[in-house]
Ligand binder design. Structure first.
Ligand code: M6R
Length: 613
């Protein structure tokens, strides 16, 4: 969590950093700060958002050509002005920004206090900057060397940038467990947690690997070193393909709404070149490479968190149904700590939009150690998870900036469906005619979503009726059980209404006690699967005066008779219904959140990419 930005060049660093921080606000937005060097150190920081910081910098900060900035998601110490980054060392020489957690900061702090250091904040970051200063003084060495020595004493995760008041021509950065990318422009360097802050200035970028640091000197080539042994590393310069338009709101009120409406495109982009219905083929290099592993897998374990875990649950149905491979879906955070039985015959699929989720990353490392084949499904190219896996397939959803995941979810389901189809076909366990029908239907899904998005009047109308509800229940069966979970998560995270997702049949084992006239129940009930049983579940809710909002296949007159409200989705094969039924649930949560005046793109307490445990 937290976003970091830095600049060294000929431009005024202040607006470059502020704009960059704004783009990284999805990573954390409880406080923000900036430090620049201009004949001396100037720091501005405060509790609040980048917009609050901007007011301070307009007043207090002069132009400078070197600086670093930070947007925070608090881990150590509550959000306030003092805990906001950057943090400066006791002598006033070193100033540092940090994304991550220093786990052994307590013992280091104690030792530093004994050596006369004092601390103003509750953060681990202030400990780190003073540790570097202490090392630099006692070893009488350069900042880069001191940083390297200090980092070898530190346990934890970090992406950091340090500047020295004595040297306005240098930024030193280091990475372990949190992302850090260096943008290389004409006579200028940028550093950031992802490439979006510098996209308009350069497309050349070096992604630092774990345990690497870089020394950025004005007018000199980038120097990358190993933190462990000081070895010089030849940096690989990526040419980014992302464009600026994809990271701006493009006329929508919120990124979330834009991203909901982008789904026809993001699924098409994800399927393009991979799904070839006319040739009866699914082409995926990453899967092809490990085809035998998939085909002979004794089981597939899917790991992820939040929405990505929900996509994994949909995939469980797809892989078992179509490819007849046993699947277990695990929260990465549970998997990593419960000594799981994993063998070389297991294939682990890690699903992650950001590719940076700490729990998923740690779970991958564990499964890898135990000999499993690890396959990644990530959205962010070059992310840590993409690099840590043996093979993978990207979702081509484009940058997802709204904290509530929407287009990444449907793109994940699309990729996982492709893999299931490819393996099922290779295993010969699917009837050929049905396989072809599935390919054609998947190909048509973006068109169906496009038509469904032509009007959101019904979801908006229903949102108006239920915006003040205190609780919601979401029910679904089979392929649509994960959709119920996902619908409930969307509502919770952006509107702060308590919501629970349940398998519809489980309702009578407990949640039915909650139902009364104040309980809206969203039932996902498209044709197919356990339709008749879901109809009975709706009647059970109605018999207890619950209010039913049903997501139904177009033209369904049966449920329309019983439910209070229906939202229709186009017909599709059951296997792909989550790709359609999810859409009205996204819109419902979006409209409710807007009507409640909530901050849709930056909901309280959350961050887009959870890079801490
Ligand atoms: O980047 P990841 O897909 O690994 O993130 C996992 C979760 O943190 C994420 O899906 C989270 O639950 C979203 N806010 C859901 O909308």
């Amino acid at each position: 969590m937290c976003g970091i930005v830095g600049y060294l060049g000929n431009k005024n660093a202040v607006p470059v950093i502020l704009k960059g921080l704004k783009r990284l606000e999805y990573r954390g937005y409880d406080s923000a700060g900036i430090a620049v060097l201009n004949g001396g150190l100037q720091v501005a920081k405060c509790k609040g958002k980048v917009a609050d910081l901007k007011k301070l910098t307009d007043k207090d900060l002069h132009e400078a050509t070197i600086g670093i900035g930070h947007t925070r998601w608090a881990t150590h110490g509550k959000p306030n002005d003092v805990n906001a980054h950057p943090h400066t060392s006791n002598s006033g020489d070193l100033t540092l920004i940090h994304n991550g957690i220093i786990e052994n900061y307590d013992s280091i702090k104690e030792a530093l206090i004994k050596r006369g250091y004092r601390f103003d904040s509750e953060t681990d970051t202030e400990v780190l900057v003073n540790l570097i200063e202490d090392v630099q003084k006692s070893e009488n060495t350069t900042l880069a060397k001191a940083l390297q020595i200090a980092l070898n004493q530190v346990i934890g995760a970090y992406a950091i940038a340090v500047i020295s008041s004595n040297n306005p021509n240098q930024i030193v950065v280091a990475k372990k467990g949190s992302p850090l990318v260096v943008g290389i422009g004409e006579g200028e360097y940028f550093i950031a947690s992802d490439a979006t802050p510098f996209l308009e200035f350069t497309k050349s970028a070096v992604y630092l690997e774990d345990d690497e640091m870089a020394v950025i000197n004005r007018g000199e080539d980038l120097e990358v070193l190993s933190i462990k042994d000081n070895r010089t590393i030849d940096p690989y310069v990526h040419q980014l393909e992302m464009d600026l338009e994809s990271i701006e709101k493009g006329g929508y009120d919120h990124f979330m709404l834009k991203e909901i409406y982008e789904q026809p495109k993001s699924i098409r982009d994800t399927l393009r070149g991979r799904l070839l219905p006319n040739e009866g083929l699914v082409k995926m290099d990453g899967v092809y490479q490990f085809q035998e592993k998939f085909v002979t897998a004794q089981r597939i374990i899917i790991i992820g968190c939040g929405t990505s875990w929900h996509a994994g649950l949909v995939a469980e149905y797809l892989f078992e149904d179509l490819a007849r491979i046993p699947v277990e879906v695990e929260y990465a955070s549970e998997f990593r700590y419960r000594n799981p039985v994993i063998t070389e015959k297991d294939v682990v699929i890690a699903v992650s939009q950001s590719g940076e989720t700490a729990d998923t990353l740690a779970a991958i490392k564990l499964a890898k150690e135990k000999g499993a084949t690890i396959f990644g499904v990530c959205n962010v190219v070059g992310s840590s998870i993409a690099r840590e896996t043996h093979a993978g397939a990207y979702t081509h959803a484009g940058p997802e900036i709204g904290v509530a995941s929407t287009k990444a979810f449907t793109a994940q389901v699309a990729v996982l469906a492709l893999i299931a189809l490819k393996i099922a076909h290779k295993k010969g366990v699917l009837k050929e005619s049905y396989y072809h029908q599935l390919l054609a239907e998947l190909d048509d899904i973006p068109n169906k979503i496009e038509r469904m998005l032509e009007s959101d009047a019904q979801s908006k109308y229903i949102s108006g009726l239920f915006k003040d509800a205190r609780n919601f229940l979401y029910l679904g069966r089979g392929y649509n059980f994960p959709v119920a979970l996902e619908g409930a998560l969307k509502l919770k995270e952006i509107s702060y209404i308590h919501a629970e997702g349940y398998p519809a049949a489980e309702m009578k084992h407990g949640p039915i006690a909650l139902i009364d006239e104040d309980m809206p129940v969203v039932v996902i009930a498209p044709k197919g699967g356990q339709y008749e049983k879901v109809v009975s579940n709706i009647q059970e809710v109605k018999a207890r005066n619950g209010k039913v909002i049903a997501i139904v296949s177009e033209g369904d007159s049966e449920i329309a008779k019983t439910a209070d409200h229906v939202i229709e989705v186009e017909d599709t094969l059951e296997e792909f219904s989550p790709l359609l039924t999810t859409i009205p649930l996204q819109l419902l949560s979006y409209h409710i959140a807007v009507m409640r005046g909530a901050n849709v793109d930056q909901p309280r307490n959350l961050a887009k990419s959870v890079t801490v445990e």
